[in-house]
Design a protein around this ligand. Structure first.
Ligand SMILES: [Zn+2]
Ligand SMILES: [Zn+2]
Length: 373
């Protein structure tokens, strides 16, 4: 089969590799589409993981082989696959920090080599514990693969938004309106809280508006802090979500938060050092929080949002700006690594157009218009 193999820092190659063989309790899934995640870009550009590997984890496809002993999945079924599932029993799971669970850190989907997701290929092997514990999610008819591929990012974003305990009279600022920033803002908006969104690119604000986000701050021409204070009687936002990886913006996020407010770091996925004012945390009681990866505990709610929501116009495919075939994966990663106004979520598809397929029956949100609720 064809696969995009990571051979070293910034070295991706389209190669022909053996399709993975599955064992008892495992599934073979033919990939329809796979999103490029910021963490994939980090791994490819920093060499944080050994080579060779096949990355890609925001994936959806069709079951083409069912291992012995599996009764609840069928050939031809359309599914979305999680590559991590926590054990649910260890100390970290009991303390509701499942992303720190040792089992969670294991990768349960692979297209070959050291398991790393495998979505940038034609077929993936889904390991038994992922199949057993809810890591394979059937996609309802009428919902395109590429909507389902947003399941994992929506889960990670909802987990972060929940951690902020937003109240209806809160004002939250989301800094950065890439696809993840828009998702975070849209999910905050659904809680009924007031959402301000900041980005340099007008094109991104236009996409955000499709998700009901109507308080854009044009960071290229406006003074972000002055605008946030103006919108909050001079206090600052009750919560700020930083959806940009630049550490310099941590200071900005803290300055935009009111005394006693909270700052959520969502894009700081590398260990490093950053400057911040410790007095803002101590005396001004601003809480610095982080959230990483998905939570199985909120998965039913996420499935309802992604599948049920699609029928009501919560159309996440509006976040997709580019679709590339496997052959153009290097270019896809190049576009994803250099965000511009016109680049949002980038998908890689083994067969171009497969991500838009909806299974049997009509497209579920056909005719749905207007903003998502
Ligand atoms: Zn991801
Ligand atoms: Zn655990």
């Amino acid at each position: 089969m064809r696969a995009v193999v990571y051979r070293g820092v910034n070295d991706l190659r389209l190669e022909t590799v053996p399709a993975p063989a599955i064992g008892p309790g495992e599934l073979l899934v033919k990939i329809a589409t796979c999103g490029i995640c910021g963490t994939d870009l980090k791994k490819i550009s920093t060499g944080s993981h050994s080579a060779p590997r096949i990355f890609g984890h925001e994936m959806a496809g069709t079951i083409v082989q069912v291992g012995k002993g599996i009764a609840n999945f069928d050939l031809g079924q359309r599914v979305m696959v999680f590559h991590h599932i926590p054990c649910g029993k260890c100390y970290y799971c009991r303390k509701q920090t499942p992303a720190q669970c040792a089992v969670y850190k294991k990768v349960g989907a692979t297209a070959g080599f050291e398991p790393s997701g495998g979505g940038f290929s034609e077929y993936i092997r889904v390991m038994d514990w992922i199949v057993r514990t809810g890591g394979v999610v059937p996609i309802p008819d009428g919902v395109p693969f590429e909507q389902a591929a947003f399941m994992e990012p929506v889960n990670t974003c909802l987990k972060a938004v929940k951690q902020l305990n937003l109240a209806p009279d809160d004002t939250v600022l989301v800094i950065g309106q890439g696809p993840i920033g828009i998702l975070l803002a849209a999910l905050a908006h659904r809680t009924g809280t007031r959402v301000l969104t900041s980005d340099l690119y007008p094109e991104r604000h236009a996409i955000a508006a499709k998700f009901g986000l109507r308080n854009p701050i044009h960071a290229e021409s406006e003074d972000l802090l002055a605008r946030v204070r103006k919108e909050t009687e001079g206090r600052g936002a009750d919560a700020v979500i930083l959806a940009v990886s630049a550490n310099a913006l941590i200071q900005t996020a803290m300055a935009a938060t009111r005394p006693g407010g909270r700052v959520m770091l969502f894009a700081q996925t590398q260990h490093s050092e950053a400057t911040f004012d410790p007095g803002a945390v101590c005396m001004d009681e601003k809480a610095l929080l982080g959230s990483y990866s998905a939570s199985a505990a909120i998965q039913p709610e996420v499935a309802e949002l992604v599948f049920g929501g699609y029928r009501k116009g919560f159309d996440l495919t509006q976040l997709i700006s580019h679709r590339f075939p496997l052959e153009e994966a290097v270019e896809a990663v190049e576009v994803a690594s250099h965000p511009r106004g016109g680049s949002m979520k980038i998908m890689i598809e083994p067969v171009l157009g497969a991500g838009a397929e909806v299974g049997a029956g009509p497209r579920a949100n056909a005719g749905a218009t207007g903003e998502a609720e």
